[in-house]
Each structure stands twice: as structure tokens, then as C-alpha cells.
Design a protein around this ligand. Structure first.
Ligand code: ZN
Length: 160
């Protein structure tokens, strides 16, 4: 395992629509392990493949480690298949846009399909900060950055 350099905006690799992963093998799992190491070293909770210079549909997260309950996860070929009309506002940061925080209004509940590190199909709904992280990282795989979204000015409006 190794810590890789985190690509910084405006590197064009951050604007690429990434290609689906075809082979879920030890090479991919080693890459994901490197990405998790890199994410922890950078004090993040999510890191997408373009942020280490690769245009493949893969991101890693750990939504619990900052509160002492590590949950390393590997998400392959993720797809948001449903999003609520209701919005929630969170302040987001990005390891590729150091020093910038933005309040964004995103769907408060989403359904995601993906493959896990063994190639098994998964589907789950997410709310709260998990919904934010999953949407932020899925955006990266489509070449979309948080600075592309309008900043939320008004108070949060949350609905299921
Ligand atoms: Zn980001």
C-alpha cells in the first residue's frame, strides 16, 4: 500500500467522465487500498479515482473514521438511480480544491447501485452526510466538481 499524490484543481483529469471498471481483481483492490491510505493521509472521508489521476469509475470512503469507528468502503461503477425532491444543505470540502468550502443543497435521500470489491451488486438508500459524500464522489466520476454547483444561500429545506 502506498500514499499517492492528490491531483489538484484545475488539472484536466478532474474533468473526465470516467469509464466503467471491467476487471475487479487484485490490481483494482490494491489501487483501492492505496486510495484509502491516501484519503486517510489527507484527512478526507472520500476519494475518487480521478483525484489520483485515474479515469475509472471507482471511489473509496470512510464515513466513520473521524468519529473513531472506521468503515473503509470501496465503491465500483456507482450509479445514482433515484434522488429525492427534498434537499439538504451541508458544507462540503474537496481534497482536490484545498482551502475551499462550499454550502451546497443536494437531494437529501438518494438510492445508489454499485459493485463491491468482490464484484457483488449492491443497492442502498442514503441520507444525511452519507448521501452528501456519495453524491460528491459520484460527481467526481462524471468530471463534476463541487464548485460547479450553485452555493446554497438560504436556510436548509429538508424533506424525505
Ligand atoms: Zn472532491
Amino acid at each position: 500500500m502506498a500514499i499517492r499524490a492528490v491531483v489538484q484543481f484545475p488539472d484536466p483529469v478532474l474533468r473526465v467522465r470516467c469509464a466503467p471498471v471491467v476487471d475487479i481483481d487484485d490490481t483494482l483492490r490494491a489501487l483501492a487500498a492505496d486510495m484509502l491510505d491516501t484519503m486517510y493521509a489527507a484527512q478526507g472521508r472520500g476519494l475518487a479515482a480521478p483525484q489520483v489521476g485515474l479515469t475509472t469509475r471507482l471511489f473509496v470512503t470512510d464515513m466513520g473514521w473521524k468519529s473513531g469507528k472506521p468503515v473503509p468502503q470501496i465503491w465500483i461503477n456507482p450509479e445514482i438511480v433515484w434522488a429525492s425532491a427534498g434537499r439538504q444543505v451541508y458544507e462540503e470540502a474537496c481534497l482536490s480544491i484545498i482551502g475551499t468550502a462550499r454550502r451546497l443543497a443536494r437531494p437529501s435521500r438518494i438510492a445508489l447501485t454499485w459493485l463491491d470489491e468482490n464484484g457483488a451488486a449492491q443497492q442502498e438508500q442514503f441520507t444525511g452526510v452519507a448521501a452528501v459524500i456519495v453524491q460528491h464522489e459520484t460527481d467526481h466520476l462524471n468530471g463534476v466538481l463541487m464548485i460547479d454547483h450553485p452555493t446554497a444561500i438560504s436556510a436548509p429545506v429538508t424533506a424525505p
